[in-house]
Each structure stands twice: as structure tokens, then as C-alpha cells.
Design a protein around this ligand. Sequence first.
Ligand SMILES: *[C@@H]1O[C@H](CO)[C@@H](O)[C@H](O)[C@H]1NC(C)=O
Ligand SMILES: *[C@@H]1O[C@H](CO)[C@@H](O)[C@H](O)[C@H]1NC(C)=O
Ligand SMILES: *[C@@H]1O[C@H](CO)[C@@H](O)[C@H](O)[C@H]1NC(C)=O
Ligand SMILES: *[C@@H]1O[C@H](CO)[C@@H](O)[C@H](O)[C@H]1NC(C)=O
Length: 305
Amino acid sequence: MATISQSFFFILPFLLYSRLDIASSAPGCGPLVADDVDRIQFALNLEFLEAEFFLHGALGEGLDQVAPQLARGGPPPIGARKANLDDFERRIIEEFGYQEVGHLRAITSAVEGLPRPPLDLSPQNFKKIFKQAIGQDLKPPMDPYSNTVNYLLASYVIPYVGLVGYVGTIPSLTNSSSLSLVASLLGVESGQDAVIRALLYKRESEFVQPYNITVAEFTRGISNLRNQLGMSGVKDEGVIVVDPQSGAENKTDSNILSADANSLSYARQPQEILRIVYGTGNESQPGGFLPKGGIGNIAQAYLNS
Ligand SMILES: *[C@@H]1O[C@H](CO)[C@@H](O)[C@H](O)[C@H]1NC(C)=O
Ligand SMILES: *[C@@H]1O[C@H](CO)[C@@H](O)[C@H](O)[C@H]1NC(C)=O
Ligand SMILES: *[C@@H]1O[C@H](CO)[C@@H](O)[C@H](O)[C@H]1NC(C)=O
Ligand SMILES: *[C@@H]1O[C@H](CO)[C@@H](O)[C@H](O)[C@H]1NC(C)=O
């Protein structure tokens, strides 16, 4: 916390826009000042994103068909479609999609729901992410919906961010009903991430066709990109680590779960999450999956700052 005299000039403009005091929160990576409702509503951004990506990927239809009331009139996502998945993986992704519907229902029965934000799940958006992750334009462009491996790599991009976000927000929650809800969301979110990572780990040395880049290299590239965009150090690791000191007890190069030196989950604050899902490295500059920015007081306060 800055002193009152230091904060005054910074806080003043924000009071015009929002009751959230983001200016006096630690700027880069520290916890921000927000209440339980704001924190839980913030999670809707990622839950909507995952629901649409998984439902469309497995079924070719999204919330508007499966549970239209949960979208609350927000616009349909752009660019999402049915992925060309093998049956085993398709059934897993279908389950994940319906799980996200349950999460949206649980969240909006605990706090007021919000309209679904504009979401960009187009191959063009993923193309930009993969380009940044791999450090070169992939030719031909990598279509996330064209086969199982591509879709799993695209899925690697999303639930992990939700998982570290929940780990980051839990210590700041103040009441037991919020804690109980978020702990239960975290449990399933981390399960989804583990399944996706294990499916990728099994294929780690395969080349992603038609590129000369392995599945493991892709996961490291995406993790490194998220570390760069998050701007808060290393909180993300690929499914195979090059440096065994990133493996469990410095002993493994397998890294099915991404975790710190004591194998504890990494935690991220909302501003880090926004920098990553916007793809801009800037919580005030929307883009990427959320071209118009996120919903809820936290995301809106950054957009107006
Ligand atoms: C506890 O948090 C929930 C959101 O999970 C909120 O709706 C409720 O108002 C909070 N209760 C108190 C007493 O702050
Ligand atoms: C593929 O990449 C490896 C190193 O990553 C390199 O040794 C090899 O020559 C490359 N093969 C082709 C066909 O580009
Ligand atoms: C793993 O390596 C790091 C960095 O050298 C070190 O700080 C840590 O104590 C090591 N952990 C174990 C369990 O040996
Ligand atoms: C972040 O984006 C906002 C809004 O576009 C801009 O005013 C600000 O300068 C950016 N910050 C950095 C560090 O680029």
C-alpha cells in the first residue's frame, strides 16, 4: 500500500470509474484490493472462454444452444467450431464443456451473473498465439480445430490460466461460502489441466504436423509466452522440462504438472491473467481472446485506467 498522500493523485481518477482501488494495489503482480463478489465475477471471463471452446470443439455448438440463459445476452463467440477430434479425446472435451456449464451456473447462483463478453476463438487468434510462442510464423498456419494434437495444444493455452487464477485469488477471499465455491472450482479446473497435460505428455516427442517442432517444444513455447506476458516471473512450465531443476525434487524431466520447487501450484493475480488472455502483456489493453476486454469490476477498472 502506498501512503495516503502518494495514493491520492493516483486513486482519484479511478473513483470516477469504479469503486475498485486498483491504483493502490501493488502494480505488477501483487494482490489487488477487491471483494469476493468482484473476484468471483472475474472468473466468469475464463469460465465463458473455456465453456465455448470445449463445447464448440466437442459438439459444434456452444452455450447459446446448450444453456442460453447463462450467456445473459452476451454476443456469441467468433471463430469457434467443432474440432476434428479422435473419439477418446472428443468425449473428454465434451465432459469438460459441460463441466464449464455447471461452473457458470454455480458462479451465477453465488453472485450476480454478467453477460458473456465478446470472445475470439478463431484460428487467426490462435495463429498469433502460436506465432508468439514458437517465435516464427507457422506455414501453413496451425489450425487449432483440424486434429486432436492441435486442439490439445490449443486447450493447453486455457484452463491452466484459470487454475493459477483460482490459486491466486483464494488467499484474498473473505467468507466461507466464497472459499468453498472457489476451492471446488479449482479442484475441477486443475483436473482438466492435468488431463490435457497428460494427453500431451504421452505425445511429447511427436512432431506437430507438418512442422519440425515437437509437442513438448510447443508446450514450452506456450508456457514461456505466458511467463513473458504475465510479467511476474516463472509460473508456467512445459510438459517436459529441459532443466531438471524445474522437475519434481530436481529429479524428473517429465513435468506433467506445472508447479514450483516444492511442487506447489503457482498463483496468478487478475492483472497477470488479463495480460495473458489479452495477449498484450498489458491489463489495460484488450485483445486476444477478449477483444473488447473482460467483464466485471476488476477487468473494467483496468480498462478504464
Ligand atoms: C460472501 O461471498 C458471497 C460470494 O461468494 C457473497 O454473495 C456474499 O454477500 C458474501 N457474504 C458476506 C457476509 O460478505
Ligand atoms: C528439425 O529440427 C532439428 C532441431 O530442432 C534439426 O536438427 C533438423 O535439421 C530439422 N529438420 C528439418 C527437416 O528442418
Ligand atoms: C533444486 O534446485 C534448486 C536450485 O539449485 C535448489 O534451490 C533446491 O534446493 C533444489 N531442491 C531439492 C529438493 O534438491
Ligand atoms: C497499457 O495500455 C494502456 C491503454 O492502451 C496504455 O495507456 C498504457 O500506456 C499501456 N502500458 C504500457 C506499459 O504499455
